[in-house]
Ligand binder design. Sequence first.
Ligand SMILES: C[S@@+](CC[C@H](N)C(=O)[O-])C[C@H]1O[C@@H](n2cnc3c(N)ncnc32)[C@H](O)[C@@H]1O
Length: 279
Amino acid sequence: MNALKNTVKAVLPSGMLNYGRKIRDKSQLSSLQALSFKEQNLRSLDKTTIDEILNDTHSHEAWDETRNAIAAIFGDSDKYGGVNPGDRQALYKLLHGIKPQSVLEVGTHIGASTLYIARALKAQNPSAKVTTVDILDVNAPDGPWQSVGLDHTPKQFAEKLDCANQIEFVKSPCVNYMRSTEQKFDFVFLDGDHSASSVYQEISAALDILAPGGIILMHDYYPDGQVMYTDGTAITGPYLAVERIKSENETIRVLPLGALPWPTKQGSHMTSLAILTKA
Ligand SMILES: C[S@@+](CC[C@H](N)C(=O)[O-])C[C@H]1O[C@@H](n2cnc3c(N)ncnc32)[C@H](O)[C@@H]1O
């Protein structure tokens, strides 16, 4: 199925793929009934505060150490489908600056982002933890790590990087997990299924388990659903989901991180990371 999808992607022009994705996203999203979005626990943030955190020189040394340690065993390219190296740096620096006690990650895949999250938490507070949820068993012998050609599972990489105690791996559809857990999280990172209908449901569920002053960070938020990189791809799901949420909830806002001080991918400094905040 994946092979067929990849062949279709390789053959069709990106404009046509973007159009098809947008039609599918709009149609699936419009068939969902409205959900509740309890924004009261969301932290109010502005771009200046985010930029200060990203540029904070105090985290540079810890970042360099983590990047070198991870690059030595995991590599530092995005060829395996994890978040790109520039976004890993942004994620690390945000967590270093925000210092959450508990993080929920949706979408473990090969664990690229998970390792940076775990190392950022450990650098601040060894008792802080990340729970990472994936619909697949990411540590299974035939998990995503194996299909992309890595030589270790995410758990094994975490053990090598001395941050396995920071991580709990959960295999579950993420909305089921969020609707059933008793735990509250200070920081939720959404990087799972990026379709509009999934993101709409994920944000509703994430707000319900957010601790006071909590933060929701999204990946693959393309402002206005427009192309951001030279590959011509436009991922529309997170943007369309947030547009609907904003139209139904006047106080919810989105803060795209925009251009980062360092490169992200395809020769760009642009990131698709965006923070959900409130007015
Ligand atoms: C883009 S990848 C995540 C990349 C990862 N953050 C990294 O840096 O390695 C998306 C992941 O979300 C998972 N996923 C898709 N739909 C999901 C769902 N409904 N619940 C939980 N995980 C899901 C996929 O199995 C896939 O591993």
